[in-house]
Ligand binder design. Sequence first.
Ligand SMILES: [Zn+2]
Length: 263
Amino acid sequence: MKRVKRISTSAFLLTILLGLTSYQMRPYRNHNTFTVVIDAGHGGKHPGTLGKTIKEKDVTLQIALELEKIIKRNSEDNIRLMMTRRSDTYVDLNDRADFSNKNKADLFISIHCNANENKDIHGTETYAMGVHKTEGQIDIMKRENADILKEENYKQKYDGFDPNSEESYILFKLQQHGHLTQSLDLAKRIEKQFDTHAKRTSRGVKQAGFLVLWKTAMPAVLIETGFLSNEKEEKYLTSVEGQQNLASSIYKAVKEYKQTHQR
Ligand SMILES: [Zn+2]
C-alpha cells in the first residue's frame, strides 16, 4: 500500500515537472502576439480579373508572399502571419473566413486587383464590409463575389446568395459587420500608406458587400491594389518593386494599427 502511494506521489511530481518543462518549451506567445490573416484573392481555376500579361490571382499571391517576407524580417513586432493560400489553388470564400475565425485572427486582409472599361482609371481602394454607394462599386462587388458560382452547392453555403442579383445585396444592409469602426480605421491607414509610402493614387476608403468579409469575426478589409485594365498600373503591379512597395505599405499600416489598438 505504502509503495503504491510512493509511486503515485513520484508520478504526480514527474507530471508537474514535465508539465513545467513543456510549458517553458512552448513557442513564445504572449498577449502581445497579433495574428493577421492575409488572403490572396482568387487562385486555381479562378483567375480573377485579367491584365494583358498577368492574372489577378498571381498578383495577389505575389503581394501576399512579399508581405510574409517583410513580417518574417521584423519578428520583433510579434505579428503572426497566416495565409489562406500559399500556392495557385482556390479556397472557397467562406472557408477563408472560417480559417480566420478558427485561428482567432486579430485582422483579416484580402488582397485583390481592380478593372474598369475606362482604361485611364487607376489607383488603390480599400473596402470595409457595408453598403455600396455607386454603380461602379456594384460592378466590383459582383466581380469579386462571382467566384462562388463555380463552388459546389454555393446556394446552400451562402444562404441563397446570388452574386448577380442586386436583391441579394439587401442582406448586407440588414446585417452590419461587427467591427466596422476598426475595419474603417485599418482601411484608412492602408490607403494613407499607399499614398505617402508607395506614392500611388489613393481612391480612398469605401464600403461594399464582399462575401469573403461577410462572416469574418474580426476587423476585415478588402484591398484593390490597382487596376489591371490600366497599362501603366499593370506594369507596376507586375513588377517586384511595385509588389514590395504595396506589401510594405500594408505592413506599415498593420503595425500602426497594432500599436494603436492592442491592449
Ligand atoms: Zn479580386
